[in-house]
Design a protein around this ligand. Structure first.
Ligand SMILES: NC(=O)c1ccc[n+]([C@@H]2O[C@H](COP(=O)([O-])OP(=O)(O)OC[C@H]3O[C@@H](n4cnc5c(N)ncnc54)[C@H](OP(=O)(O)O)[C@@H]3O)[C@@H](O)[C@H]2O)c1
Length: 405
């Protein structure tokens, strides 16, 4: 490999090394080992080292050319390097010494400029200038939109990942993932419909790999308790080689007001199997607080936070609290898993969804997950909100009386 090729490859590898000590070592390596530039009296690091080495490369090898060819996307190092140079999608760049020529997809010269100009200020880390966005997948969902509200209120650069966002993100179309990940340094991953559905772990593995290849340095995964498949996804994220946090949650309190239990509550009858199994419902506002902390603060790397509310209550008791707060008669009706499945199918729900709900209300809601977690306390240093607080606040919106938003 020509020396200046090695120089650029090493520079790219150096930029992408997450570990600070290893990055320093790689920079030192770039400096001393590469035959393109070896001046034992000089010392430069990071961008300075690259700038100096590139200048030396031009002086010593004026005729050498480095070309970046073919389709440019953000999924591999060479392409990412090209992207940094401003090479358009499908375009081409030629680096000769420190001059960069970029071409349009059909081969026309777009512009020529100095690589040294692109390198910019030696004191500004690139992560602060270009990789500054936080991607919130499921950004229009129950936890995602609350996470976005909080990040936006802090003035942070946020992008929603959803089919209605621009650029659109669709779990079922991996071609949409790259544009959503562009310039992103941290991702909040909420998978839809659920990490427990078949195939979820392959999708999470693919997304995680792409995110890391695109330069993401921090992953925060929303997960569920008592789901082996979800725990497999957690292991994938934990093994990705970047900072990670798992936010492993009990059933959301907001399932009664923003999800599939709203309709039965409005109809005055909630019929479920295992209605007497205690569940420590978690308020999604607490989840959002923890996710934001994990996305924006140091100190949460490698943590699995088990998030629950401060007490366990059965679905029957939960429905009774809602009835009392709204002043409406809302009955809880215990049914067998079979009756539940038949009723759901009878309402025209798709078979996959019926099967999944049956799984949730039997295999997951089986009493194994009634214990309280301490994730909110550990992550935030405060107690989680009680189900009664959620009920009081939600009743006040009027949604359970059909008058709220
Ligand atoms: N609900 C619970 O009690 C509970 C408990 C523990 C863990 N969890 C976990 O929470 C996660 C989210 O579940 P949720 O029920 O609360 O959903 P949600 O986050 O409230 O809503 C779904 C979100 O996913 C997006 N979405 C739907 N289909 C999509 C697709 N094909 N591609 C991209 N985005 C899509 C929606 O946006 P668009 O429609 O705009 O695309 C929306 O932002 C699941 O992984 C689940 O395992 C839930």
């Amino acid at each position: 490999m020509p020396d200046h090729h090695r120089l650029i490859a090493r520079y790219v590898a150096t930029r992408n090394e997450p570990d600070a000590a290893a990055r320093e070592a790689a920079i030192a390596d770039l400096w001393t080992e590469d035959a393109t530039y070896a001046d034992p009296l000089a010392l430069a690091r990071g961008r300075d080292a690259v700038a100096a080495a590139m200048a030396a490369a031009r002086a010593r090898f004026p005729g050498l050319v480095y070309a970046l060819d073919g389709r440019v996307d953000v999924h591999h190092d060479t392409a990412r390097f090209a992207w940094r140079l401003g090479v358009p999608d499908g375009g081409r760049a030629i680096v000769a010494g420190t001059d960069i020529a970029t071409f349009t997809g059909d081969g026309h010269l777009r512009d020529v400029r100095s690589f040294l100009d692109d390198i910019g200020s030696p004191t500004t880390p690139e992560s602060e200038t270009t990789m500054s966005t936080i991607l919130v997948i499921g950004g229009t969902g129950k936890t995602g939109r609350r996470v976005i509200d909080r990040l936006t209120a802090r003035g942070l650069d946020v992008r929603a990942g959803s089919r209605s966002a621009d650029p659109a993100f669709d779990w079922e179309n991996s071609a949409t993932w790259g544009p959503a990940l562009r310039d992103v340094h941290a991702v909040y991953i909420t998978y839809y419909p659920d990490l427990a559905v078949p195939g979820a772990s392959q999708v999470i593995a693919e997304l995680t790999r792409l995110a890391v290849d695109s330069g993401v340095r921090r992953l925060v995964l929303l997960s569920g308790r008592g789901e082996e498949e979800a725990q497999a996804c957690e292991r994938i994220v934990a093994a990705a080689g970047v900072e990670w946090t798992v936010v492993r949650c009990s059933w959301f309190a907001q399932n009664f007001s923003e999800n599939f239990l709203l309709e039965p509550v409005l109809a005055g009858e909630v019929a479920l199997p295992n209605g007497d199994v205690p569940e420590p419902f978690i308020d999604v506002d607490d989840i959002a607080d923890v996710a934001v902390a994990a996305l924006t603060e140091d100190g949460h790397n490698g943590e699995i936070y088990e998030l629950t509310g401060p007490r366990a209550l059965s679905f029957a008791e939960a429905v009774a609290e809602i009835a009392e707060a709204t002043g409406r008669p809302i009955r809880f009706v215990p049914v067998s898993p079979d009756e539940f499945t038949k009723a759901m199918s009878g309402e025209g729900l798709p078979p996959d969804l019926v099967e999944f709900l049956a799984y949730l209300f039997t295999a997951v809601l089986n009493g194994d997950n009634s214990s309280l977690g301490d994730g909110v306390q550990r992550a935030l240093g405060r107690e989680p909100r009680d189900f009664s607080d959620y009920v009081r606040a939600t009743a006040a919106t009027g949604i359970w009386n059909g008058t709220g938003a």
